[in-house]
Design a protein around this ligand. Structure first.
Ligand code: CO8
Length: 300
């Protein structure tokens, strides 16, 4: 069972028969357009697709912290859908245009003091984003060039490969417990699939945010590189993954991820109800408000 508009991985047409392309060359430095390239920028995400290599670059550009608002999540899902449906696109590199921040996770203001209808629309958008990204047929590489808590970490975990800037000030993790909230089962499943049960269990209970070197040691990120080398490395990793026939790689990806994807797809409405019940509780609202206040105080 898949949400409307999301074609299950196993049913999507294989990309094996796509036109052969030359191996992808190095990506141009961030900020410069790829050539020849097709761009579709909207308010919060810039997308550049280099049709000759089949590689798209998605850059989050929603300052101050790339928080995942309803608008951001909607743009993200639409961007992924456009790339997925474009036969010229085989892989996407996801990174941030905001210095020092990959994404601060779900926009907490979307979960505070809003109507049930709003919570419902917001949570559906979170589910949709994850189903599209985790279930993508494309090769997905996260170039994590800043801090990446909670929902930001989920985006990175949902990719096929994670490269992080080796700055110990940047941290990544599912820190929901620190906010007094609980990561949903599919956040947990995605985390377990990357780092294994024991590390996920400890990290989730403690709501740990791991500095980049520790995240690398735990296997939460696959590689650390100096920040200025991040895009070059992402392009090299992408080239390695794209050297394989799409069809075989995609079927393998489906085999590895299908059970976890199906679990949310089968329990989507239940998950939505749980979220609404949970987030509507006064005790949870209080925790979220206090956390936002703490962020503001820390600043002053
Ligand atoms: N949502 C909304 N606003 C945010 C968020 C956020 N996630 N993060 C930061 N902001 C705001 C800050 O309040 C601040 O606002 P203002 O300028 O009005 O004071 C502004 O963004 C800038 O923030 P900082 O000054 O803190 O920026 P720094 O560069 O110093 O730090 C960080 C950036 C490291 C990202 C820091 O802001 C931070 O730690 N943010 C919180 C991140 C976080 O804990 N996110 C968790 C969100 S919850 C989630 O993703 C999953 C929940 C799933 C389960 C739900 C079940 C109920």
């Amino acid at each position: 069972v898949c949400p409307p508009g999301v074609v299950p991985l196993c049913c999507r047409p294989p990309a094996w028969d796509r036109a052969a392309r030359p191996p992808p060359g190095p990506l141009q430095p961030p900020g410069l357009p790829l050539a020849p390239c097709r761009s579709f920028s909207n308010n919060k995400i810039q997308v550049d697709l280099d049709e000759s290599s089949g590689i798209a670059l998605m850059k989050f550009k929603s300052p101050p912290v790339n928080s995942l608002s309803l608008e951001f999540l909607t743009e993200f899902s639409i961007g992924l859908e456009k790339l997925e449906n474009n036969r010229a696109c085989r892989g996407v590199i996801i990174t941030s245009a905001v210095p020092k921040i990959f994404s601060s996770g779900l926009d907490i203001t979307e979960m505070c003091g809003k109507s049930v209808e709003h919570y419902s629309e917001f949570w559906r958008a979170v589910q949709e984003m994850w189903l599209r990204l985790y279930g993508s047929n494309m090769v997905t590489v996260a170039a994590v060039n800043g801090s990446s808590p909670a929902g930001g970490c989920l985006i990175a975990l949902s990719c096929d490969y994670r490269i992080m800037a080796e700055n110990p000030k940047f941290s990544i993790g599912l820190n929901e417990a620190q906010l007094g909230i609980v990561a949903p089962f599919w956040f947990k499943d995605t985390f377990v699939n990357v780092v294994g049960h024991r590390i996920a269990e400890r990290s989730l209970q403690l709501g740990s945010l791991h500095p980049a070197p520790e995240a690398h040691r735990l296997g939460l990120v696959d590689e650390l590189v100096p920040e200025e080398k991040l895009m070059e490395k992402a392009a090299a990793v992408m080239a390695q993954w794209l050297a394989l026939p799409d069809h075989a790689r995609q079927l393998t990806k489906t085999m590895m991820r299908k059970a976890v994807l199906d679990r949310l797809a089968a329990h989507r409405e239940e998950d939505l109800k749980n979220f609404i019940t949970f987030v509507s509780k006064e005790s949870i609202q209080k925790s979220l408000r206090m956390y936002m206040e703490m962020l503001k105080k820390r600043k002053s």
